[in-house]
Design a protein around this ligand. Structure first.
Ligand SMILES: *Cc1c(COP(=O)(O)O)cnc(C)c1O
Length: 426
């Protein structure tokens, strides 16, 4: 679908344009495989000489329609859906890094990603250096090595809610001839489009706001198509030299600015198979149809609740970039002038014990291992999602031990406020 449409229209209509007599609603292509007339036709698909579907471990039309919608929303040239956000982050790095390589990552990131990058990828021979997102350009530059292949950060970090200075990070990455990869899960392309600020690759956990209803785990990788792999060919042999597992095809030569996503599909999906199920892609698409309506309501509600918490004397601190005295207020205004997301974090006077008592007293807000969906929910990272991290790692990831992550839903804000009030009294 043409890019001149506004985001609201893309949310509703992009990705699936039925022809005469075809279903109005994106169908679920619930099929592992696809039929051809001749053996020759099938052979051409396997040689990547022709576009087409052959096996759902690599590609499926339902998935591709939804990926195309997300690509349009982000302003990218191509996208791929993955089975989870974790898979998206793994593929995004592994597509350009192999054993012996290195990348640099903001330390303010999701706990699962921190573990994936710092522990599991290390076992594959890929090393990461974590740097503070607030470090100076000089400090970050020092972390680069000849084998560094990417710079990575989260637009709004989960759960510490730090804001990434995308322009600064893009400049640093490009000065060193590597792409900037940004996890844009929390703001979604409704509130921020990292490509407009120089990012090269965007990743998402679609499990969060994009699905929005907590029905399906999923992920997505979007390519801006702007990074010039060939200009740094010696760093990216996987993209710029022949792939022996594909009859000597070179992705940049065969696919131009679609090389990165084509390689992720043809190589990583083929070999690792973390595809999103078409059923989940269908549900994700229904979620996306209202993303532009839900995000502003999440932000309005979160703003009111953050302001309320700030004035309550039982609250020790509140972290929300929509509050003018927040450390990241200016950066948030620059990158997300229409609102950031619905996630707030705060601490109660009395610390850990009081936090747990407060959470147990909530009635409307549910304790769940989830964030960023239509229903208000709450989590204590130090005892839930980030249990595996030491206190030192917790602080490095910007997670205080008393931090309560409050994910504000799209209910009536007065009901959420009342729930918080009664739980604070209890
Ligand atoms: C949840 C999350 C992930 C991981 O996504 P899953 O879909 O749970 O695998 C990655 N990044 C961020 C910012 C997240 O919030």
């Amino acid at each position: 679908m043409a890019k001149q449409f506004k985001r609201e229209t893309l949310c509703v209509q992009a990705g699936w344009s039925p022809k005469k007599g075809e279903p109005r609603v994106l169908p679920i292509y619930q099929s592992t495989t696809f039929k051809y007339e001749t053996s020759e036709q099938m052979a051409r698909l396997f040689d990547l000489e022709e576009n087409g579907y052959f096996y759902t471990r690599l590609q499926n039309p339902t998935n591709d329609a939804v990926a195309a919608k997300i690509a349009a929303l982000e302003g990218g040239v191509a996208a791929i859906l993955t089975s989870s956000g974790q898979a998206a982050n793994f593929y995004a790095i592994f597509n350009i890094c192999e054993a012996g390589d290195h990348f640099i990552c903001s330390s303010a990131i999701y706990g699962g990603t921190f573990n994936l990058f710092g522990v599991t990828m290390k076992k594959l021979g890929i090393e990461v250096t974590f740097i503070s997102p607030d470090a100076s350009e000089e400090e970050i530059s020092v972390a680069f090595r000849p084998n560094t292949k990417a710079l990575f950060g989260e637009t709004i970090s989960n759960p510490s809610l730090d804001i990434l200075d995308i322009e600064k990070f893009a400049r640093i990455a490009h000065n060193h001839g590597v792409p900037l990869i940004v996890d844009n899960t929390f703001p979604t392309p409704i509130n921020c489009r990292p490509f407009e600020w120089g990012a090269d690759i965007v990743v998402h956990s679609t499990t969060k706001y994009m699905d929005g209803h907590a029905t399906s785990v999923g992920g997505c990788i979007v390519d801006s198509g702007k990074f010039d792999w060939e200009a740094h060919a010696e760093k990216f042999p996987g993209l710029c030299t022949p792939d022996e597992s594909y009859h000597g095809l070179t992705y940049t030569k065969a696919f131009g600015n679609m090389a990165y996503i084509q390689k992720a599909t043809a190589q990583l999906m083929r070999d690792l198979g973390s595809i999103q199920s078409p059923q989940n892609a269908f549900l994700l698409n229904i979620g996306l149809e209202t993303l532009h309506l839900r995000m502003p309501q999440h932000c309005r509600n979160a703003q009111k609740i953050a302001e309320y918490l700030q004035t309550n004397n039982k609250v020790a601190w509140v972290n929300y970039c929509g509050l003018p005295d927040n450390k990241y207020y200016e950066l948030a205004q620059k990158y997300m002038p229409n609102g950031s997301c619905g996630v707030i974090s705060f601490g109660l006077k009395g610390g850990r014990e009081v936090a747990i008592k407060f959470m147990d007293s909530l009635k409307l807000a549910a304790i769940v291992t989830h964030v960023a969906d239509a229903r208000t929910c709450v989590l204590h990272p130090a005892s839930h999602t980030h249990r595996q991290l030491s206190d030192e790692q917790l602080l490095e990831a910007g997670v205080r031990p008393d931090l309560i992550r409050f994910s504000v839903g799209i209910e009536n804000v007065d009901d959420i406020l009342e729930d918080i009030e009664q739980a604070l009294k209890a």
